[in-house]
Design a protein around this ligand. Sequence first.
Ligand code: AMP
Ligand code: MG
Length: 371
Amino acid sequence: MSLPPDGRDMETRIYDVSAFTEETLRLADLHGDREARRAADEALAAIGEAADALRRGGLVAFPTETVYGLGADAFCEGAVRKVYEVKGRPSDNPMIVHIARASDVAMLTPGLSPDMVRLIDAFWPGPLTLVAPKRPELPGAVTGGLGTVAMRMPDCAAAVELIRRAGSPVAAPSANISGRPSPTRGEHAVRDLDGAVDVILVGGECRVGIESTVLDVSGPSPTVLRPGIIGPDDIAAVIGREVGMDPALRGRGEALADGAGAAAPKAPGMKYRHYAPKAEMLVLEGRRDRVEGELSRLKALNEGVGRKVGVLLFDEKAFVEAAHGFFARLREMDDEGVDLILAGALSESDSLGFAVMNRMLRAAGYNVARV
Ligand code: AMP
Ligand code: MG
């Protein structure tokens, strides 16, 4: 994985905006809390500067409830191209466009189907991305040349304020160098992007910790292209009919080897090896007691030959915690110089377990052993 060739020599302005939350704003406004007001005002000034940078065609990393995003004005083609360059992201991997008001979808897509209206009402702001036909005015660079656009409204006060002040929808993939684990804390975005972008807004830990559910509503049957915390059953309950799943999601990485095969995923980004820690990673699946036994055995064996081993084992039913901590643990283990990560699989019958497993398997390059 290489760093961007030309992009490490900028002066990046880094601001802490963690005080800009619904909670602090409520304290400041409703209860006249002066300290909260001062902190919120400082954060607001930083967000204003970041919005100026976006308006001038610059790049800004910012927190959302899922993972940190690296944003550019979606209607400024030059800025959008810089995002691909800085991340080292393949240009056929389209970006999600973030908006500050649900009604701004009209700037991106020509008409809203009844399903879309219901889903927007039920889940926005929140971690559900909708893929629908794009307006011709939106630069093709944002959508990787596709005729559809992915859109969402984040559930994060600082992100919404940034987009609102930028005065334009913001195209933003995750704020990591392509292939690295997604950033769920400000320091992760700083580590990957300091010196390569105009502003980084640091806003604490992302609440969800994995990227949004991507749902394609451009065709006759809504289909999940990337699993997330909002599961197919949650979506089906809102639209009153079944929700499909991109068949590539059930595979075990065949599309990585053969992106053009029958199992090629419909979300272009899902065909790349992703989220990869520097360490080799092995996922063990099977009954919990056996997994635990095999983990200890392999750990001892590898440590015996001088390798540093990290273990990634979440409580069996703690899917929310697993989603929250997954990417941060991968980065921590890289920082600790771990050579081998041994991970215990989560149950894929739970939809959030399935979503975390999608990331875990791809992080491991589908290196799985059944025990
Ligand atoms: P990221 O921006 O890193 O969270 O990745 C966004 C994901 O959404 C990638 O997997 C993209 O391939 C996918 N995506 C974005 N736009 C579209 C689209 N128009 N059609 C299908 N998938 C999309
Ligand atoms: Mg990403």
